[in-house]
Write a protein that binds this ligand. Structure first.
Ligand code: KPL
Length: 312
């Protein structure tokens, strides 16, 4: 069965998903000035894992003009979500499901509240993706990305009492439905609350957070605070969170975190929806997070002054 899928925010992850879904009927959703042509070149790890995945491919996605959609997949930055969806509000009655594939938390509640207030019945789904890619070049009418790391995409219904079920034939390839998307999201939030701000603050690779003793000490302090927050707010985080965060930093050691990439490219970061979300939850519950608050303050300073360099 051919699914109709709109992709809003055709960056690296949106383009990678388009490649997975290339047998289906795809549309580029959004602002007309964004070129609809994408080139995707695969990295070695992907080729090793999926020998039948094309090493290189071009797509020109037709621009969505309100055709009915089985899925509208949102891969914008978290902060752009509500505004981007509001701009296509008139067409939303023709959308069965909205799927957010993004970092961060907070945007889901905002969007669900708005959908409910507007009486829009489309289902809200949330994803955690571990595929990795990056922009390699950009022309007037196209953008090229490298699919650098094969991962997986887990999805689940956002609402608390969900019918967490996708009818047969309606699930796009490469997606897996899980029953515990909220627990996984809190886990990812916890990891991102530690690795992302610290790598931005020290302008270092993820791996340096465990090899540099002073950074490691900070990583452990922040991990303990996030764990305490999660325990008080029933986020169901594992008690070995600090070890797990060290493992993620090591496993992604050669990466620049998405936050550091944003800082280096002069783009706004997603920290409002990562660290900012955690600090808001803490404030509402009157929980003190001194180390995380201090990092947040330093990053606000760092945004208007040169970033300190890692010294070894
Ligand atoms: O999710 C990430 C990010 O950079 O946003 C980590 C896990 C830290 C990998 O870089």
């Amino acid at each position: 069965m051919t699914l109709s899928i709109g992709i809003l925010g055709l960056g690296a992850i949106g383009t990678i998903m388009a490649a997975h879904w290339r047998e289906h009927s795809l549309f580029a959703v959004g602002r007309p000035h964004i070129p609809p042509t994408r080139h995707l070149q695969t990295g070695e790890s992907v080729l090793a894992r999926w020998p039948d995945f094309p090493p290189s491919q071009d797509f020109t996605l037709p621009v969505w003009t309100g055709e009915s959609l089985d899925w509208l997949v949102v891969t914008t930055k978290a902060r752009d979500t509500l505004n981007a969806i509001q701009q296509i509000q008139d067409h939303l009655p023709l959308v069965k499901r909205l799927l957010l594939i993004q970092n961060g938390m907070g945007q889901q509640q905002q969007l669900q509240q708005w959908l409910t207030a507007e009486g829009l019945a489309c289902e809200l789904w949330q994803a955690i993706a571990t595929d990795g890619g990056y922009l390699s070049s950009q022309g007037d009418n196209s953008r090229s990305y490298v699919y650098a790391g094969a991962g997986e995409v887990m999805i689940g219904r956002w609402q608390a009492d969900p019918d967490n079920h996708v009818p047969v034939g309606q699930l796009p390839p490469h997606l897996t439905v899980v029953s515990d998307i909220h627990r996984r999201q809190y886990m990812k939030l916890a990891v991102n609350c530690v690795i992302n701000p610290l790598t931005a603050l020290y302008s270092c690779l993820n791996g340096e957070l465990v090899t540099h003793p002073a950074y490691l000490q900070q990583l452990l302090r922040l991990s303990e605070e996030v764990l305490q927050l999660g325990q008080q707010l029933n986020w169901d985080l594992p008690t070995e969170l600090p070890e797990l965060i060290q493992q993620v930093a090591t496993a992604t050691g050669a990466n620049r975190s998405s936050t550091l990439q944003d800082v280096l490219a002069g783009r706004p970061t997603e920290l409002d929806y990562i660290l900012g979300y955690a600090l808001n939850c803490a404030r509402q519950a009157a929980i003190d997070l001194p180390a995380l608050s201090s990092v947040a303050r330093q990053l606000e300073l760092a945004a208007s002054s040169p970033l300190p360099q890692a010294d070894g």
